[in-house]
Design a protein around this ligand. Structure first.
Ligand code: ZN
Length: 268
């Protein structure tokens, strides 16, 4: 089962990294999957989604990663060491060497992505087993715009709601690492308080997209729809701007039994 999750994670990463889709280039983006109750797989730094294999993922402990979020004095170096220390199943001899005065600790082996903390938060939510973080050009045309918040403040068409949920979590620009992860945690909690469900899409200003799914297929579906919705939204600005669906219409689609059935048919 654990191995199965890793196999699916590799396939999902290749699909999200397909150059034709324009979700990521070079080493952009990262992916993760729950391995068991205590650990998850996350993309290592310096790997590419397009070509990654099983060895490109690191298995880390939820508890050890999430503990860093609660440490008020956590700094960049602390995060780097914490991420190495969060690895499980490390071959003997790998890991953090003792720090020498004035010298950054020397580290060996595969380093978990700096965005590992975000993945831990998302995978720790009810029903979430796979996470895909990408920087699609169409989505970042929105997240990097002056009208970002306004542009993503409504829904444009029913399939967007069916696949991506009633709304995204919208995250203002924040220092990457622990400050960003703390803000994302707070905004996810606000979202759950408002919608009584786990979000599917997180949009980060001047950065990119995070998609949360129960299955790898769901992460791919939601990413594809979020990118399509971004393209449609960008198109509306050429014809006077978006005409959002009313909150009542969004709510109606979101709760319709036949739409719930469609979600099931799509493998969610
Ligand atoms: Zn990123």
């Amino acid at each position: 089962m654990q191995n199965d999750a890793l196999t699916q994670l590799v396939a999902m990463s290749h699909n999200l990294g397909d150059p034709a889709l324009d979700y990521v280039i070079l080493g952009e983006g990262n992916t993760s999957a729950r391995a068991d109750a205590d650990t998850f797989w996350v993309k290592a730094s310096g790997t590419e989604l397009r070509t990654i294999d099983k060895a490109g993922f690191v298995r880390v402990s939820f508890e050890r990663v999430l503990t860093m979020l609660n440490d008020p004095v956590m700094d960049d170096e602390g995060v780097e060491q914490g991420l190495y220390a969060a690895r499980v199943d490390s071959p003997p001899g790998e890991g953090v060497r003792p720090s020498v005065e004035g010298v950054r600790p020397s580290v060996e082996g595969v380093r978990p992505s700096v965005e590992t903390v975000l993945h831990a938060l998302c995978l720790n939510l009810e029903g979430i087993n796979f996470v895909g973080h990408t920087h699609p050009t169409a989505v970042n045309a929105l997240t990097c715009s002056v009208a970002f918040e306004t542009a993503v403040s409504g829904r444009l068409f029913p399939d967007e709601i069916v696949i991506c949920g009633p709304a995204p979590v919208v995250v203002p620009y924040t220092d990457p690492g622990v400050p960003l992860a703390r803000l994302v945690r707070r905004l996810i909690n606000q979202y759950i308080d408002e919608y009584y469900e786990v979000p599917k899409v997180i949009l980060m200003q001047n950065h990119g997209l995070i998609v949360l799914g129960r299955t790898a297929q769901q992460v791919e579906n939601i990413t594809a729809m979020a990118v399509k919705a971004a393209r449609v939204l960008l198109g509306t600005y050429a014809v006077g701007g978006p005409r959002f669906m009313t909150p009542q219409a969004v709510e109606r689609i979101h709760t319709r039994p036949d739409e719930a059935y469609r979600r099931k048919l799509l493998g969610e």
